[in-house]
Design a protein around this ligand. Structure first.
Ligand code: 0L1
Ligand code: MG
Length: 252
């Protein structure tokens, strides 16, 4: 099993906009550490990164794809959409959108013992966001190792205007996901590992095991709070997080 070759397969699937069967069908020995090595390979062949993302931190997300452990990936800077800019669905294989609570780092944060309180202290702002997922695997069928190799299905993301974290209990904020004007899912911040900042702390501790950390100015998507909704041309997705605001993404 060659991690460079596996990363190239995933990059080609994305470039061709053609889903492939999951890697573990051919390589049943592909384990989680190897999945992260493939992801690292993808990161090294990507341009600059805007930050990091957590995946599968909520039960709703875990149930949607049948994987039960949180995972992490990176956000290529090229994946950032401007607020108000449309999502080009033709650039995707099978896009889905989900609501996110987004952290903006005011200073670097790293270390094996970082807590949720450390995350909140290092955070300069929080915002509502929408993540666009686009699994490179047929019908989003994968194991944990596969989806980690595939950079946790990351594709695009849009982030609203950050607000000060002071005085906001992120466990209690309500989250509403709308698709073409219909409410399709609701949640609260606690859906993400009990507290979105706890999810980010988990990410920082995981990165520390690879001598990495978060850098000032980076953003972190703390994990989809509801199941993701499939989108196509003409669709509009709206995510609202109480105290953080509303963001809309139109598709063409
Ligand atoms: O839905 C998926 O493709 C699973 C991986 C990423 C999930 C997430 O960003 O929460
Ligand atoms: Mg997500």
């Amino acid at each position: 099993m060659n991690v460079i070759e596996l990363a190239a397969r995933l990059a080609k699937a994305q470039a061709d906009r053609t889903a492939i069967t999951k890697l573990t069908d051919e390589f049943p020995g592909l384990d989680l550490p190897t999945g992260y090595r493939v992801q690292r390979e993808l990161r090294e062949s990507t341009g600059p990164i805007a930050g990091w993302k957590l995946g599968l931190t909520s039960r709703a997300k875990q149930a949607q794809v049948g994987v039960t452990d949180p995972i992490h990936g990176f956000l290529p800077a090229a994946g950032a959409l401007d607020v108000g800019a449309p999502l080009d669905t033709a650039d995707h294989i099978q896009p889905r959108c989900e609501p996110e609570i987004v952290f903006t780092l005011g200073r670097d944060l790293a270390g094996p013992h970082v807590t949720a309180a450390d995350v909140l202290a290092a955070c300069s702002g929080m915002a509502v966001g929408i993540e666009v997922l686009d699994s490179r695997f047929v019908h989003y069928r994968f194991t944990t190792a596969d989806v980690v190799a595939d950079n946790t299905s990351a594709s695009r993301f849009v982030v609203g205007t950050p607000v000060s974290p002071a005085g906001i209990d992120l466990r209690l904020v309500g989250v509403v996901l709308e698709h073409n004007g219909q409410v399709v899912a609701t949640a609260s911040g606690a859906a993400s590992l009990g507290h979105p900042a706890a999810a980010v702390a988990w990410l920082v501790r995981r990165l520390a095991s690879e001598d990495e950390g978060l850098a000032a100015g980076q953003v972190v998507l703390s994990g989809g709070l509801t199941a993701a909704v499939p989108v196509g041309p003409g669709d509009v997705v709206t995510a609202t997080v109480d105290r953080l605001g509303t963001i809309e993404l139109g598709c063409r």
